[in-house]
Every structure is written in C-alpha cells, then in structure tokens.
Design a protein around this ligand. Structure first.
Ligand SMILES: Cc1ncc(COP(=O)(O)O)c(C=O)c1O
Length: 365
C-alpha cells in the first residue's frame, strides 16, 4: 500500500553501511542539516511553482536571505536595495559593512534602482511589491540594467507568489518568506530560494555551514499549505480588492493603496508584470483621524486580529510605524509615505461581509 501523503522523515541521520547514498541532487544523503527527503519534496514543488532549476528551503525567510548574502558577496562588493524593503533584509545588508560590503539604499522605483546600479554593484535585491505602501517595482527593467553591469538580481517574491515569476523575466533567483502566503496558515516559519542561473551548490554549502535548513515537520506543513495556495491567493485577492474598493468610498479614509484598484498609480505595472489579475491580500490605507484615528481603529476591530504578519488564512491588521517600518528613520518614512495614520490589512479567507462590517464599525461608519 502506498500512502496518499509522504511521510515526515524525522531523522537526524541516514544509515550508510559502507556505501554513499545520494539525494536526487547528487549530494550525500547522510545528515539532516544537509539534506532531508521531506525538505527535498518541498523544494521540488517550489522549483516547479516558479519554473526554477532547483530550490533550497530554509528555517525562515531571513535565513534564506542571510545564506544568499553570504554565498554571493565578498569584501569590496556593493548591494543595491530599495529603501522600502523588509527591515531585517536592510539591517542585515548594512551589518555586512563590517566585512567590507557596501549597501546603497535607493528610492523604490524602477528608475531610481536602475540609476543606482553601477560597475561596482554585485547584487541587486528587490521586492516585487513594497511593504507597507505597495509600490510595484518594474523588475524586468532592473534585471536588464543589472545584466548590463554583470550584477546578480534577486527578487523577493513573498508578496506575489503564483502571479509573478521572477526567473521568467531573467532574475537569477527568487527568495520567499514561506511563512506568508506559501505556507499560508500563520503557523510555520520558513524561507526558500528558487533559482535559474545561480550557483545552487554554493548556496547549499552555505545553508549547511549556517545550519539553516528548514526542519522536516515544518517542510511537511509548508507542502500541505502549498496544495491550497492557488485557491487561497485567489480568495484573498478577491476579498482584498472588494475591501480596497469599500475603503476608497469611505468618508473616514484618506487614501487607499492597493495595486488591484484601477486608479492606483501602480495598477498598470502590476497588470503588465502579473500573469493573472490577482494582487494579493495586503491593502494599506490612511485614516482621516490621523495617529489617534488609526490606533482607535486597531483597538476597535473585533474579527480582524492586530498582528504584524501577512498572507495567512486569518485577516490581520498592523500599524506599520511600529511594525514593518519600526526601525526606519522618520525622514525615510516620510519620503515613502509611511505616515502615522497608515494601517495595513492582510486580508484572509473569512466571509467578505463579516470583514467589511468589522472594518466599517471600527472606522466608526
Ligand atoms: C517581503 C519579506 N521578505 C522576507 C521576510 C522575512 O521572512 P521571515 O519572517 O520568514 O524570516 C518578510 C517577513 O515579513 C517579508 O515580508
């Protein structure tokens, strides 16, 4: 009898009676910090999702980004990063200055990133959608310029799995926080790198050296989550669009950011980049009542939890000034439009009317 689901290989080591056992990657299968069949199954699914040559799974999104930085960068190299990137992605890059790596932070749009890429640039890392103001980066433009100078482009595709395929537009690798949409249930931390042209073996060695492989139970949970990624992402995008439209008409809302809205400044770019008209579950908006109004809104929600994560089945609301943009200098927040009246919603799978009722009542509508 064959099981419907693969087993979870909760084993640290593999028996080797004199001969070497090889994984399908051709590496030694002897110790679970290096390879594990449950993790390998997830990696094959991830590579298939984005048309990659292969993938590696890590114990968090930041675990994946750390291994990428360490495998790709050497003393004297320069990283170009948009200044509206996940905070720890920026912090980690900046801390590499003690090993002689320079970080150039630039405004998050295609033109500024392209302009910043020069002869000394070794690595460009961009997020498809920025967080929390949801600017859409023109990734193909960035890739084109990076190739001209021989730099590597990594796309953090956490916010747009399913709809955007970084490798198809020439990026060298895509990185994910699996913690978000891909696992999708707010119950597991994980990360991954999916690559086309990158040296995967070198990255594999860095994962082994750093000890940052995803654990088998977590890998199994992510594989299970992936089975419903498509229907979750569709439903979350549909709910989020309806909520963005509702907020756009609401008298207690000043401005809504959601690339699915026709009037959003990034709508056209998103339509061009995304394979399907699905824009994800994250919507940001400004409350007319300023900081006090935003905080009162968060306190008044009954069904939506105040929490900093995103992409899972439960709807969550966060206050970016003290979460996503907490470590950002105030003048940078101002430049990016991360104001103290800004609220970010991560829309889940709940009944749409229930969500709208909760939002309306918390807005005092
Ligand atoms: C775009 C993006 N990349 C990377 C990360 C880091 O992922 P993790 O929390 O799984 O380490 C996050 C976390 O929020 C994120 O939003």
């Amino acid at each position: 009898m064959k099981p419907l689901h693969s087993p979870i290989y909760l084993t640290v080591a593999f028996k080797q009676a004199g001969e070497t056992t090889l994984s399908d990657r051709g590496f030694d299968l002897k110790y679970s910090r290096e390879e594990n069949p449950t993790v390998r199954e997830l990696e094959r699914s991830l590579a298939a999702l984005e048309g990659g040559r292969d993938a590696l799974a890590f114990n968090s999104g930041i675990g994946a980004i750390s291994a990428l930085y360490l495998s790709l960068l050497s003393e004297g190299d320069e990283i170009v990063l948009p200044m509206e990137c996940y905070g720890t992605t920026i912090q980690l890059a900046e801390r590499l200055s003690k090993f002689g790596v320079k970080t150039k932070l630039v405004y998050p749009n295609g033109d500024s990133i392209v302009e910043a890429i020069g002869g000394g640039t070794k690595l460009v890392l961009v997020e498809t959608l920025t967080n929390p103001t949801l600017k859409v980066i023109d990734v193909p433009e960035v890739v084109r310029r990076a190739k001209e100078v021989g730099a590597i482009t990594i796309v953090d595709n956490t916010f747009s799995p399913l709809v955007f395929k970084p490798l198809k537009v020439g990026a060298d690798a895509s990185v994910h926080s699996l913690t978000k949409y891909i696992a999708g249930h707010n119950d597991v931390l994980g990360g991954a790198v999916i690559w086309g042209s990158l040296d995967g073996e070198e990255l594999w060695h860095w994962r082994r050296r750093l000890g940052s492989i995803l654990q088998p139970l977590e890998a199994w949970l992510v594989t299970r989550g992936m089975k419903t990624l498509e229907i979750r992402f569709e439903r979350q995008s549909k709910n989020a669009l309806a909520i963005a439209e509702f907020l756009s008409e609401h008298p207690r809302v000043r401005e809504v950011r959601y690339p699915g809205l026709k009037e959003d400044p990034y709508h056209e770019t998103a339509r061009r980049l995304f394979e399907r008209p699905l824009f994800g579950g994250v919507v940001s908006f400004r409350h007319v009542g300023g900081e006090e109004g935003a905080k009162k809104f968060l306190r008044s929600l009954k069904r939506i939890f105040p929490s900093p994560s995103l992409g899972g089945v439960e709807s969550l609301a966060s206050y970016p000034v003290i979460s996503a943009a907490k470590t950002m200098p105030p003048e940078r927040r101002e430049l990016l439009g991360i104001t103290d009246d800004l609220i970010r919603l991560s829309v889940g799978l709940e009944d749409l009317d229930t969500l709208i009722e909760d939002i309306d009542s918390a807005l005092g509508g």
